[in-house]
Design a protein around this ligand. Sequence first.
Ligand code: PLP
Length: 414
Amino acid sequence: MSGDIDDRLEEIRNEGLYRRMRCVSGPQGPRVLLDGKPVLLLCSNNYLGLADHPRVREAAAEAAMRYGAGSGASRLISGNMTIHRRLEEQLADFKRSEAALLFGSGYLANAGVVSTLAREGDVVFSDALNHASIIDGCRLSRAETFVYEHCDTDHLEWGLRQAQGRGSLIVTDGVFSMDGDVAPLERIVELGKRYDARVMVDEAHGTGAIGPDGRGAVAEAGLEDEVDLIVGTLGKALGSYGAYVCCDGQVAKYLINTARTLIFSTALSPPAVAAAMAALELLREQPRRVEKLERNALVLRESLADQGLAVPEARTPIVPVIVGDAGEAVRASERALEKGIFAQAIRPPTVSAGSSRLRLTVMASHTPTELRDAAHVVAGCLPAAAREGRVVRTADRDRDAAPARVFDGLRDAA
Ligand code: PLP
């Protein structure tokens, strides 16, 4: 048995995909101690710098004293506390939805919601670059999954036509986690209406990062009343841990009764809930944090472009620098680390083979000078092909190389 695991680990090593966890001491600020070495943190999702904000920390500490460290049970047993309900009301108000329902994490929310909204005989339509938790939700659902090419609404429409009314759900990231681009939500919503499929948008990287007052990609597109379900996380811009689903009251009741990742998992801990509540309050009081984040994202993108790198056009804080080969990406990340920049290498299976990258993420708490200097360092750490823009980007590569996917064969494609 253990030989089996040794062999698999060896395979992972040989493919250049071996991972090890580095360790940050202290809070997730713009500068951290990583395995004892001071570095600029350029790969955290603490976009607004709220995870280490004094008010957020105090709220968590107070909640621990008042309510205890843990919730003790799932929400349907005894774990549902007044503090959960309060945060749900505040999130629903912020997102302008009828109801909000807390989940243990974004992974649990996506896996639970997709797997209960789509059932055997249905078809789920999922963007090729959706997050792994959506993919796993599709797998759990027993529905067929049609994976449409990234952001390709013609391909999506083709699939919807083939489904002949079996299409139950279209699901997409709002902001794509590894590419930082934004889904074509207007057209997706239009197709959902035309083909009578619900639309679900994962705003894990949209909430707090883009849109009016940081309300996300859906709000930016003016579609808050049109999208059926929005998933958001508390662990990224909101600086805590956990997630929520915004939907109408009826769907919320349905999820409470059917979503296994809600029913069979311990409710969020009171300190995590209180921290998210304080972060949400700060976001609403200080929308300028979002503007600062947007400005910083622009500074990094422009500084990388000044170094001659091909930077995708977008306004989000996720900036991919495509390297191509997995081993090269790791070596580039290690070289950057030696020079004091923590820019994590992202490899398969998180991204497709040949599109390994440094995924840089900006925080509102970075200074423009830090970002300009970091761009210079990162550019100097890349292999020549990446520096000269000779690596084909993921979506283009997939579109060129992959044959049009056949409808019936798509169950495994996710
Ligand atoms: N959705 C997207 C797009 C993500 O990037 C992530 C996390 O990285 C998740 C969902 C999962 O959220 P969580 O980390 O809260 O489980």
